[in-house]
Design a protein around this ligand. Structure first.
Ligand code: PA5
Length: 449
């Protein structure tokens, strides 16, 4: 059994059991295609048995390198974009204090992990380099292709900053690269400079790579128990593989429900969480589903909200705007910490009716009340529930979303494992930047400016 549950009760006025049952044989077919590696994009199915194939030796190697970085660094800069950064950030933000940046390394028991190469903002980079002037730091540079512009530009600056600060040989000991086994500029550079290097398996795409060194190395540096993360994912891997009844398999149910809703015109899915530390899990999920499904002029648009904060901004639209929405609420059943609302003898704020209650209880009532209100407003609500926020249950959640995404993409009849659309902006950017080899495109795009 897994701790994760899916609750479809609040979709019952929009989806009938019959409609779900119609997917039984289709789910069986897609599961066969996934497990036998016979479906679309089958050369990118390495993530399917990834958790069970990670050995204690692999984890020990990652932990040893993480320890080296922890010893020599106040900060660790993770340089990557998309699938090469979102998974690590999702887990680190979920499990670290929201005030990690204000804690000392002793309080955190690990360096602070910060990010670069996930955008091209000049001011951000200037702030970062000035900060790094004053700090001891290491860099984890992550790029499967080894050629992505954003992390490549950031890494050039970080490498030169490190070399100026520590000298070339010592700088090389502070750089850890995660990239392809043989291809790409980052691989070439890492070999030439002698960086410690981890390989991203060929058959694991970026957005499915959080359980490879892409995610595990930064997560370990942040002091998080990667063995527990992998153990949770492994439990979910085994459970989903063995649970062949479509109506007991949470990944199948989630994939089916969202596709039925999509076919009924609910073309936007909002992933809502009442736990702000899950905001980057939502960002990771948006990439996983957006990049996997948004192609061939179809796909559910994945959006995210952080409640109750966004009930005071997006809440109006969700309750009352265009009715093309459904919501998936990501619920953490038990908070790890306890904060009770105190009694106030004066009760001038009128809040004594809450005295003695935990904030988590108020949050849960906000969630239940909102779900009912949104369902009344014609927004179907699904709920994905995890018992608590720890590495193990995040591992379960990550694998659950990955498997559901693959099934959902197959139901939608797209290849969930490619991303041809991402190339369009790159081609234009290179043309505008006059990259060698893009001369024709440069001439053409100039006319359009
Ligand atoms: O999921 C994907 O494949 C993408 O989001 C990539 O992770 C992203 O574009 C970064 O690519 P790379 O790791 O090659 O730098």
């Amino acid at each position: 059994m897994t701790g994760l549950k899916i609750n479809l009760a609040k979709t019952s006025q929009f989806i009938s059991d019959n409609e779900i049952a119609l997917f039984e044989s289709e789910i069986e077919l897609h599961r066969t295609n996934i497990y036998n590696k016979t479906g679309a994009g089958n050369d990118f199915l390495g993530w399917v048995d990834l958790p069970s194939s990670i050995t204690p030796d692999m984890l020990a190697q990652i932990e040893a390198d993480a320890f080296k970085m922890q010893q020599q660094s106040e900060l660790v800069v993770v340089c990557g974009i998309g699938g090469s950064y979102l998974g690590a950030r999702a887990v680190i933000d979920a499990l670290n204090s929201p005030f990690a940046a204000l804690q000392t390394n002793q309080e955190r028991k690990a360096p602070l992990v910060i990010y670069a190469g996930h955008q091209l903002d000049e001011d951000y980079m200037d702030h970062l380099l000035k900060l790094l002037d004053k700090k001891d730091y290491s860099v984890i540079v992550i790029s499967k292709s080894g050629t992505t512009t954003e992390p490549a530009v950031a890494f050039r600056l970080l490498k030169s900053h490190l070399e100026n600060k520590y000298g070339e040989a010592a700088a090389a000991k502070r750089i850890f690269a995660v990239t392809d086994a043989s291809k790409g500029a980052l691989k070439k550079l890492s070999t030439a400079k002698g960086y410690s290097t981890y390989v991203i398996p060929d058959d694991v795409g970026g957005r499915f790579s959080v359980l490879t060194p892409v995610g595990l190395l930064p997560i370990a540096v942040a002091g998080i128990d990667i063995a527990q993360l992998v153990a949770g994912a492994k439990t979910m891997e085994k459970f989903l593989r063995e649970e062949d009844r479509y109506d007991h398999n949470p990944a199948a149910l989630y994939a089916i429900a969202r596709n039925i809703l999509y076919r009924k015109g609910k073309t936007t899915e909002i992933l809502a969480s009442y736990t702000p530390s899950l905001n980057f899990v939502v960002e990771w999920w948006k990439q996983l589903y957006g990049e996997s499904e948004g192609k061939d002029q179809k796909g559910i648009f994945p959006a995210g909200v952080s409640f109750t904060t966004d009930l005071h901004s997006m809440g109006q639209y969700i309750q009352d705007g265009l009715r093309n929405l459904f919501e998936t609420v990501l619920t953490v059943e038990n908070s790890a910490r306890k904060v009770e609302i105190p009694n106030d003898p004066d009760d001038l704020d009128g809040l004594n009716f809450l005295a003695g209650k935990r904030i988590g209880e108020v949050n849960r009532m906000a969630s239940l009340g909102t779900m009912i209100a949104h369902v009344d407003g014609e927004v179907p609500n699904l709920e994905v529930i995890i018992p608590k926020l720890d590495a193990y249950h995040l591992g379960e959640l990550i694998y659950f979303f990955e498997m559901a995404c693959a099934l959902s993409g197959y139901i939608l009849e797209v290849n969930p494992f490619d991303q041809p659309g991402v190339e369009a902006y790159k081609k234009n950017m290179f043309a505008l930047l006059e990259k060698p080899g893009f001369e024709k495109e440069t001439a053409e795009i100039r006319k359009r400016l």
